[in-house]
Write a protein that binds this ligand. Sequence first.
Ligand SMILES: Nc1ncnc2c1ncn2[C@@H]1O[C@H](COP(=O)(O)OP(=O)(O)OP(=O)(O)O)[C@@H](O)[C@H]1O
Ligand SMILES: [Mg+2]
Length: 236
Amino acid sequence: MQKATKRDQALVQIRGLKKNYETPAGEFPALKGIDLEIEQGEFVAMLGKSGAGKSTLINMLTGIDRPTTGEIVVGSQQVHTLNEEQIAVWRGRSVGVIFQFFQLMPSLTCVENVMLPMDFGNLYHNQRSRYQRAMHLLEQMEIAEHAHKPPSAVSGGQRQRVAIARALANDPDFIAADEPTGSLDSKTADAVFRLFEEMVAQGKTILMATHDRDLASRVSRQLLLVDGKIVDDSKG
Ligand SMILES: Nc1ncnc2c1ncn2[C@@H]1O[C@H](COP(=O)(O)OP(=O)(O)OP(=O)(O)O)[C@@H](O)[C@H]1O
Ligand SMILES: [Mg+2]
């Protein structure tokens, strides 16, 4: 992996972000005005109780869902201005997303799931190099022996590791991880965390939603989200 060059601007810039969900009981404000900048190379943990808005913020940032108002810039891309198709292509190439509930394709094997984002990317051109990279990532996650099974035939923790391998497929600069260690035992969680640390050392930027205060205390910056607002932002 190449070390990315330093940028003048923050890699992630969020301004005035609000998200209201439409519910039968009326509008529900899940994010109430978020302003946030994340520099390239930062490893940021996002803490907050269930319902605080962590997944919502990650969904906004990765273009999975749309803000009600506000601006989101990742790299040089103004995410909020893209249409659905453009967002899918941008996300596939530029962002690694690790979902809270995995979102693996049930009809594909584990290794095929990891290869899938490479179809959108432009790093790995032939099937053989895609397969080799996918297997390498599964080996890093210590799950290569299950590569040819469908996700339904592996455990929750193993599925999570496939999802992490998939997020890394296109070697993205920015990784958004929604409770990536939530369903892992402590040894595997630690291995995943150390892999994240290595990626940050190589210039990657990571935003990780987590309930794990121990892991959060090991990163360079912690955000605390309460009721859709950032109430604490501490470095060190
Ligand atoms: N699609 C939706 N429609 C209506 N309300 C929603 C929707 N998605 C989330 N919410 C509400 O928005 C709030 C924030 O939800 P979110 O999933 O972002 O929380 P979270 O911090 O990720 O929680 P957890 O730690 O349980 O994953 C919650 O009150 C939730 O009920
Ligand atoms: Mg969540």
